[in-house]
Each structure stands twice: as structure tokens, then as C-alpha cells.
Design a protein around this ligand. Structure first.
Ligand SMILES: Nc1ncnc2c1ncn2[C@@H]1O[C@H](COP(=O)(O)OP(=O)(O)O)[C@@H](O)[C@H]1O
Ligand SMILES: [Mg+2]
Length: 356
């Protein structure tokens, strides 16, 4: 092993856990009779050329309206889908697994939490059963029943379901939505992962308990030094909860940077639209309003079978220039505001010399 001079920034920053580069997923569309005759192969461009970095002890938000490809990104990162192109690196090592032992080894380190905690827990089994199973699969059940009991208690304590014995022998339907999501989180923690992929973890929950679950995730990030991907269509909650925010539109990343900067000084016209259509982000109770932006009357997202050429947002963009409909904008680095964090937007407005 070579010792790198800390003054020379290494290519892989040490705290990077999971990275995606050029990640692409196209779903084939079932062909109709007409397509069979033309031999045309249509695909849904769900995710195109996406770069993402998750670091230890940090929450990265992936924000976008529904249908923009967020869940597909999570499933690709969880190795639940085979990717069309690109690379996924766990601690610098490329990983591509399809089921089997390698998949289980990957899951031990990268766990996913789903939107609907009721659908993800089996209604015929107790909390004890779900958590014991998770601990056993990942070889963390302990040497005897006393150790197992202690490990089960520890998991419930970690997600603040106290006292644990009140919950262990309950069935999912005996718990509230928030408590069920806490059990799902406890089950994910049973693997002792490095990464949590949380796909809209609070959008199915009552407004009053969303903040509690987000605070729990923030607490776990700090205490267990987890890397968390927080997927949401609510940019206000990203500001509140995430260190970094990435904005996705129609399968492509359009803006990224430190959350405060992206939400307070949004650069991409799409991010601005998202923020304008969300009520005052300074009010934390806004974390409650998680309607998808398209329900708020801000135009139609495009078809992903034949996505718009150039910038995919150009048909809805108030600042669109002729170039925007023909050329795909690269990432342009933006002037850093005051905290030294990087900020970029894939928008021709930020090309040098372009009129803003
Ligand atoms: N298994 C699939 N087969 C075909 N198309 C899919 C599949 N999963 C998602 N899609 C399509 O990919 C696009 C992105 O979906 P998704 O990742 O679920 O978006 P989001 O989570 O942002 O709402 C949508 O157009 C959706 O219809
Ligand atoms: Mg989704």
C-alpha cells in the first residue's frame, strides 16, 4: 500500500462509500405489432449517465418529481436491477452482482428502506420474527438465545422503540405507520450496513410523525456513521435533512451541491420551479407537504420513451435558448457561495459568456 500525501487530493476521498458513474438504465418497452414490422426497439430512458457519491456520515438527497427515475437509481445501487451501462463502486471496487452469495454480501453493506412500511413487513409475522430473520441472514444473531434477545432489544432501542419488550411480539398491524417504518429501519440495521438507501421513507406517513422518522435517520447517520441516500420529491425536506442535494429531471441529474446552497440559491430553472412550487421552505412543518410537484400545476414531465433532445427540461423552461433543444448541457461549476462547497448545474445558462 502506498502512502498518499494528504496535500495531493487522492482520486477517491477516503470517506466515499458508494459511487455511481455514468449509471444508465433503459427498460425495454413491450413491442406492439407495428413496432415488430418496423423492427424498432423502444426503451424507457429511466436513468441516463448519472454520477453520484455517497459518503460516510452524510445524507445525500435525490430530489425530483415522480417518474424522474429516483427509485430506479435506488434499485440500481441496491443491485436489484441490472444496469444498462455505467459503474457502481463500493469502497472503490466495481461491483455487479445478480443474486446468490455475492448479492447477499453486498446487501450486508448496502441496505434499502422502502416507502411503504406496511407492504415491506409480512402481516402474518411478529416484529421478533422479522428482526430475528434479518440478524440470522447476516450472521449477527449471536451464539445463544440470550445473545439473540439482547441483539433484538438493541435494534429496537436504536430506532427508539422503547421499551423493546412492548414491541417485540406485536404484529405489524398493531403498530402505527411511523412505528412500522422504525421496524423497517431496525431490520435494515440488522445487517450492520454502511449505506442506507431510503426511497421516500416518510411520504406514506402521517405529517405529524414524518419529522420524527427523519430525525431518527439523522441520529443514525451520526451515531453509526452511515452514508444515507434520501430520496424525496420534497425539496424542502432535503434542505432540512440532507447535507448534499442532487436534483433529477426526467432521468438526468440537473443540479447538485451542498443542500443549503442548492435550496437557497437554486441555479437550474427546474430546481427554481421545484422551490417556487413548494411553500416556504423555512417553515419546518412544510416537511409535511409532500405532494408531487406535478400535482401543483407546473407543467407535464416528458415521455421517457422519446425524451426531448438537448436539455430534457427545455420544453418547460422559461429561459430556454435555441441551443437548449439541440445540445445536451454538460455540468457547469458555479461560483461557490460562502461555505466552500461545490455547486454545479447542467444548464446552458451557466456556460461562460451566456446571458443569465
Ligand atoms: N420495471 C420497469 N419497467 C419499465 N419501466 C419502468 C420500470 N420501473 C420504472 N419504469 C419507468 O421508469 C421511469 C422512472 O421511474 P421511477 O424510477 O419509479 O421514478 P420515481 O421513483 O422518480 O418516481 C418511469 O417512466 C417509469 O414508468
Ligand atoms: Mg419512486
Amino acid at each position: 500500500m502506498t502512502v498518499t500525501d494528504p496535500a495531493v487530493a487522492p482520486a477517491v476521498v477516503p470517506d466515499v462509500v458508494l459511487e455511481a458513474e455514468g449509471l444508465t438504465k433503459h427498460f425495454p418497452v413491450r413491442r406492439g405489432l407495428k413496432d415488430l414490422l418496423t423492427r424498432e426497439r423502444k426503451v424507457v430512458h429511466a436513468v441516463d449517465d448519472l454520477n453520484l457519491t455517497l459518503r460516510r456520515g452524510r445524507v445525500t438527497a435525490l430530489v425530483g418529481e415522480s417518474g424522474s427515475g429516483k427509485s430506479t437509481v435506488a434499485r440500481l445501487l441496491a443491485q436489484l436491477y441490472k444496469r444498462t451501462d455505467g459503474d457502481i463502486r463500493l469502497r472503490g471496487e466495481s461491483v455487479e452482482v445478480h443474486g446468490g452469495r455475492a448479492f447477499r454480501a453486498y446487501c450486508r453493506r448496502v441496505q434499502m428502506i422502502f416507502q411503504d412500511p406496511f407492504a415491506s413487513l409480512n402481516p402474518t409475522h411478529t416484529i421478533r420474527y422479522h428482526l430475528t430473520r434479518a440478524l440470522k441472514i447476516h450472521g449477527r444473531a449471536g451464539k445463544n438465545s440470550a445473545e439473540l434477545e439482547q441483539n433484538l432489544r438493541d435494534l429496537l432501542l436504536r430506532v427508539q422503540l422503547v421499551p423493546p419488550e412492548r414491541y417485540l411480539d406485536k404484529f405489524p398491524h398493531e403498530l402505527s405507520g411511523g412505528q412500522r417504518q422504525r421496524v423497517s429501519i431496525a431490520r435494515a440495521l440488522g445487517a450492520d450496513p454502511e449505506v442506507l438507501l431510503a426511497d421516500e421513507p416518510v411520504s406514506m406517513l402521517d405529517v405529524s410523525i414524518r419529522l420524527g422518522v427523519l430525525n431518527l435517520l439523522a441520529d443514525l447517520k451520526d451515531r453509526l456513521n452511515l452514508a444515507i441516500l434520501y430520496i424525496t420529491h420534497d425539496i424542502a425536506s432535503a434542505r432540512y435533512f440532507a447535507d448534499e442535494t442532487m436534483v433529477m429531471y426526467a432521468g438526468r441529474m440537473v443540479e447538485g451541491g451542498d443542500s443549503e446552497t442548492v435550496t437557497q440559491n437554486p441555479a437550474h430553472p427546474y430546481t427554481r420551479l421545484l422551490i417556487e412550487s413548494a411553500p416556504d421552505p423555512d417553515r419546518l412543518d412544510r416537511v409535511g407537504d409532500l405532494r408531487a410537484p406535478e400535482d401543483q400545476g407546473s407543467g407535464e414531465p416528458p415521455s421517457l420513451i422519446a425524451p426531448p433532445t438537448g436539455c430534457r427540461f427545455h420544453p418547460r423552461c422559461v429561459s430556454a435558448m435555441p441551443k437548449c433543444s439541440t445540445e445536451l448541457p454538460p455540468r457547469f461549476e458555479l461560483p461557490v457561495v460562502d461555505n466552500g462547497q461545490s455547486h454545479w448545474a447542467a444548464c446552458w445558462l451557466y456556460e461562460e459568456g451566456a446571458a443569465k
